[in-house]
Write a protein that binds this ligand. Sequence first.
Ligand SMILES: Cc1cc2nc3c(=O)[nH]c(=O)nc-3n(C[C@H](O)[C@H](O)[C@H](O)COP(=O)(O)OP(=O)(O)OC[C@H]3O[C@@H](n4cnc5c(N)ncnc54)[C@H](O)[C@@H]3O)c2cc1C
Length: 473
Amino acid sequence: MTLPEVGTARPSPSADVLAVDDLRLEVRGPVFAAGDEGLAAEVATWNTAVTHTPAVAVGAVCAADVVAAVRFATAQGLPVAVQATGHGPVRNADGAVLVTTQRMQGVRIDPERRTARVEAGVKWATVLAAAAQHGLVGLCGSSSDVGVVGYTLGGGLGPLGRRFGFAADSVLEVEIVTADGELRTVTAESDPELFWAVRGGKGSFGVVTALEFRLYAVPALVGGGLFFAGRDAAAVLHAYRTWAPTLPEEASSSVAVLRLPPLETLPPPLRGRTVVHLRFLYSGDDPAAAALLEPMRGAGEVLLGGAEPLPPTALDAVHMDPTDPMPGWEKGMLLADLTAETVDALLAAAGPDVQVPLVMVELRQLGGALARPAPVPDAVAGRHAAWSVFVVGPMVPGLTEVVPHVGRGVLAALQPWAAPGAIVNLLGDVSGPDEVLAAWDDAAAGRLLAVKRSVDPGDVFSGGHALRAGSGA
Ligand SMILES: Cc1cc2nc3c(=O)[nH]c(=O)nc-3n(C[C@H](O)[C@H](O)[C@H](O)COP(=O)(O)OP(=O)(O)OC[C@H]3O[C@@H](n4cnc5c(N)ncnc54)[C@H](O)[C@@H]3O)c2cc1C
């Protein structure tokens, strides 16, 4: 086999060379075809368990570039995938036209209307910093390194969610390139069905080039985490299960059994240890937060941590998610209830006394505004559940078969308490589009498929967790 010369355009067999050259002339951003130097760096993922090998990558700098990329793909008969940060790649966009949006960094805050308009490549850290200048905050998730658009389209479950709802609930306008190559501005008035579907239905309907959404004025935030010794896991988790439901909607919580690697970057008390990490955020003053957290402080030996007043730009301190790229397997489920038996089942499957190759088994408290419909109803799945469970394991050599098997086993152990459906952003590893569709109840699934058939009947957008037009037919 003759390898193409480095640095020259060599599209995959499925993309026409001349058409790729035309595309290069048409778009302002860079275009990389299979074999080009720079392709691998352009499409690199944060979750390195997935490597993208697209036929063509289009480094879009503006909505017009996205339009050109989608029209090119449909003319070539190729599917379209999209990547902003690579935090949620799900699977290889092999042979597709992969639109990379990291150059689309526009952010505009309107302090009067309390809104943000952000382009497709923006991460939450940028929005939090820009909004904080006006005393406002957006509904980010556990890590501000995640992309605003991908996160929000998948619902967007964050530490302010019990007070203000899912991030998708706050979206006011969606700018999207659909399979017909048209750039549409979609609002509740202009296209109610697509507006409903894209807020929660994620990447199934097109490439979103910009979102406008509400920001909130929250005068004070207090948050952080307590790391408990793993040997106290049973006491801490049982205390948590009775304590969390007593919290007001202004407070959110989650708890995770973490098996931390022996990394120098971790504080010494945590290095290489199994710990239980309680995460807490309260929108209100410090004394009230301290009073709320107090009952948990004595639940076990605290190795490290605490809660303190946080500027919105420091919200990452609540979950302390990893920031370096890593190969991860992940999968989530929902619980209707967290009983003493649920906790015992979780401990038996993944507690510190069992050997499991999992980095994290997490419970997040739902409820509050997360359980109420959005001001303009949307397709966010999982509202009805009381708890979200999320399991993450390392996809490193020697463990790539074991981790999914063990991870699924932990979730299976919690099935007796399962609620139907899923948080779309936390779906993780799925067997196929039908399992994605099962995230929604029958009525919402049928409505989503009707929108899919109307705007993308040919499944141009079939990457990630996209729905298929033919599903359920
Ligand atoms: C460390 C970490 C913490 C997380 N915390 C949370 C959390 O607290 N709450 C939560 O809800 N989720 C959370 N997630 C999940 C995250 O929201 C999803 O993985 C999300 O899809 C990431 O979007 P991205 O653009 O950053 O990633 P990418 O890998 O770039 O994109 C993932 C998918 O998002 C969609 N997408 C991205 N951009 C566009 C676009 N312009 N148009 C259409 N579709 C698009 C596509 O389906 C794409 O396949 C977390 C993930 C990680 C890795």
